[in-house]
Design a protein. Sequence first.
Length: 146
Amino acid sequence: MVSLAAPAAATPDTAEDIGSYREATYTSSPGVNEALLPLHCGVSVRIEGNRYTISGGGYTRCDGNVARIQHNVKIQRSRWYGWETVAKKSDEKWNNSAHSSWLDYDCAGTGIHDYRVVVTGVATPYGESPRTARAYDQIDEYNCGG
């Protein structure tokens, strides 16, 4: 008898876990007074399919320079058990007001799937606590051949 189990990388398909659709504003940890942290940053996320490649990423823009902007980018595809992470990367930029991250996934021969890009950004103002934003973008029933 063969037992099938979902891989540990799978996550449930819920927007609550992946943030806002396409754009999000950076927020601080619970309990931190937002009025004391005058940082205005946002992240935008985009995904696109070009033949046998799924590409996606995020762009963070702040009103002024911050000490650090970090992005964690994941490309995921739908599976019968949930979402599978097929590509990921992390990168950062220091002493800047903007940062972009882009990731490609060669999906040739994988068939038809829903794909999404999830970006978690962390912006750290000078001398202050980090602030986080999470957003995603999705394309449905993309045919990569198969």
